[in-house]
Every structure is written in structure tokens, then in C-alpha cells.
Design a protein around this ligand. Structure first.
Ligand code: AVI
Length: 320
């Protein structure tokens, strides 16, 4: 029977403190995790369907083209831990080839996982399943019912790109430790990584013609209004998303289109016309730079698969 477990959720005060520290900083900023309220998650799903947003379909092509090879590299009987599982669709496509012994779906709230994991358990009754609600970017202590043998962390979609490189390294190190804790070996990491490419392709992917990415970014203001009881006027802001070559990253901002004062619980800030809130980075790696990062984090025997244009790669790295 599937287990559903919610671990400690961040308290309202912690969330407010984090947001206010960012909004009051000289260069205002917010963590990308605040882009994903219920509407933000739907808008992100829509982004994944856009012609300009190549990562989702390119990664899916790599998985379907190389499924056998990837499954062989991993071996059967893994404890498949899906970080940011959402609708669980990406992991589910691997089940027939991979034949995991246990599937662990992890997302920020176990509520998001209920329907998807229940449906999946029905389709694959022989696989033991656990759904866990936790913020895995800050904490990786999994419940006792998660098997310690042969842990394979699955982190697709190039979400690793949303960490600063030093945070990405620290996160990868944590994953490596979580694979090998208590002397268990045999585990590893299966990860999707977006690769460095032409600026024009990257710019279009994060500033699409339909304006879906703009809506995704602007929706953050509605989320902030709810979280902070703030009065951001969405119409007084615009989306900016572009590739910064020097830092090898997409930068997303919300830019004030006029001078304005925004009020929130216990404070306010005056934004000048053109002043920005930095809402997301999305780092783009070269194959070699990312493999080096995995090695620095303690992983070894890295194998990778890419598409013919080399726009994206999927890596399997061993922990032991
Ligand atoms: C979730 N993450 C990998 C996406 C990315 O490409 O960095 C988020 C995103 N932001 C704008 N478009 C997509």
C-alpha cells in the first residue's frame, strides 16, 4: 500500500522573513521557489509545451531514444527517488525498463502528489511506493520507510540550473552522501542538464512569443500579495528574461514600468521606474563543466547521453 508522508513545512514567519530580506535588499530578489503557487505550476506546465522551450521535449527524446542503455547503466531494483516529482510522468516512463524496487515521489507538498502517485500505484501494483512532502533543497532526511539500498536520485528537467553553481555543488554533495550513508552502496544520480548554446535560442526560450513565461514571472507578484498581504500591481511591472553570457545563465527579472510604492506586512518600498526584482537564474553548463561538478561532488563513472544538437544531456553517475 502506498504511504503518504508530510515532513515539516516551512512556517509562515520563516517564509515572510525570507521574502522581506530579499525584497528590502538593495538589489531586490526572491527565490525561484516562490514562482510555483498553484497557478505558477500550471503556467510552468504550459511553458513546457511552448515551441521555444526546448528542454522538456529534448530531455524526453533523450530518455526515449536511450532508455535501454540508461536502464542498463543503472541496473534493476533501484530505490528510485524522484525529486520534484509533480505529476510523476517522467519517472513513470522509466518504470518498464528500470524496474525499480521502490518508487519515492518527493515534492514540496504531499497534497500535490496524492492523485499522481495513487494513479501510478494502480498501474504498477508490484512497485512499493512512498510519497513524501518536504523541501528537499534544504533537507534530505528521508523517512525510515525509504529503502537505504541502491538509492537512485532522479533529478530531471535541469532544475539543477536554478541553483548558483556553489549551491549546486553543495546539493550534489548531499545527494552523494544520502546514497552512501550507513555504508549502503550501489546508488547514484540520474540528472538532466541544460547545455550552453546560442544566445538567440536561450533568449527565446525564456521570453516566448505568447508571453507565457512573462505570465509565469508576473504571477509571482500575485503570490507575494497573498503571502505578504502586499499590494503589487501586476500591470505596473514587466517581464525580462535573457541570457547573460559572462555568467552563463538566464536571468529573469520583474521590472517596474513606473515609479511606485509597494506596501506589505510591516513595511513598504519605493521602486523607481526601471528598477528590477531578480526572480530566477537558470545556469547553462558545458558537458565537461557539469561532469567536473559531479566528480567534485564525489560521484564517479559518469555516463551521459545527449541529443544530436547537443542542447541537453542526461547523466548517470555512481555514488560508490
Ligand atoms: C524549473 N526550471 C528548470 C525552469 C528553467 O528552465 O530554469 C524554470 C523556468 N523558468 C522560466 N522558464 C522555465
Amino acid at each position: 500500500m502506498t504511504q503518504f508522508i508530510q515532513l515539516l513545512e516551512q512556517g509562515k514567519q520563516t517564509i515572510e522573513d525570507e521574502l522581506l530580506a530579499g525584497l528590502n535588499a538593495s538589489c531586490a530578489h526572491t527565490s525561484p521557489k516562490f514562482l510555483y503557487d498553484a497557478l505558477g505550476s500550471k503556467l510552468f506546465e504550459a511553458i513546457c509545451e511552448l515551441p521555444e522551450y526546448y528542454p522538456t521535449r529534448t530531455e524526453a527524446e533523450i530518455f526515449s531514444r536511450h532508455a535501454r542503455d540508461i536502464a542498463q547503466s543503472i541496473g534493476a531494483g533501484a530505490t528510485l527517488i524522484d525529486l520534484g516529482a509533480g505529476n510523476c510522468a517522467k519517472a513513470a516512463r522509466l518504470f518498464p525498463q528500470l524496474q525499480p524496487a521502490q518508487y519515492v515521489a518527493v515534492d514540496i507538498s504531499v497534497e500535490f502528489l496524492h492523485e499522481a502517485v495513487s494513479r501510478l500505484q494502480h498501474r504498477f501494483p508490484a512497485i512499493d511506493m512512498v510519497a513524501v512532502g518536504m523541501d528537499f533543497s534544504t533537507e534530505l532526511a528521508l523517512p525510515d520507510s525509504v529503502r537505504e539500498e541502491n538509492r537512485l536520485f532522479f533529478y530531471p528537467g535541469s532544475s539543477i540550473g536554478n541553483f548558483m553553481p556553489e549551491q549546486a555543488l553543495a546539493f550534489l554533495r548531499h545527494l552523494k552522501e544520502a546514497c552512501t550513508q550507513d555504508g549502503y552502496g550501489g546508488g547514484g544520480l540520474l540528472i538532466g542538464v541544460d547545455l550552453l548554446k546560442d544566445k538567440s535560442i536561450l533568449d527565446a526560450a525564456y521570453d516566448d512569443a505568447l508571453g507565457v513565461t512573462a505570465s509565469f514571472n508576473l504571477n509571482l507578484l500575485l503570490h507575494l500579495n497573498r503571502l505578504l498581504d502586499a499590494d503589487f500591481d501586476v500591470r505596473a511591472w514587466r517581464h525580462r528574461g535573457f541570457f547573460n553570457r559572462q555568467l552563463s545563465r538566464i536571468e529573469m527579472y520583474l521590472e517596474a514600468t513606473s515609479k511606485q510604492t509597494v506596501r506589505w506586512t510591516g513595511g513598504m518600498r519605493c521602486f523607481e521606474q526601471g528598477e528590477r526584482i531578480h526572480t530566477e537564474n537558470s545556469y547553462k553548463y558545458t558537458q565537461q563543466d557539469f561532469i567536473n561538478l559531479l566528480t567534485q561532488a564525489g560521484f564517479n563513472n559518469v555516463r551521459f547521453w545527449s541529443d544530436p544538437q547537443q542542447w541537453f544531456m542526461v547523466c548517470h553517475a555512481q555514488a560508490a
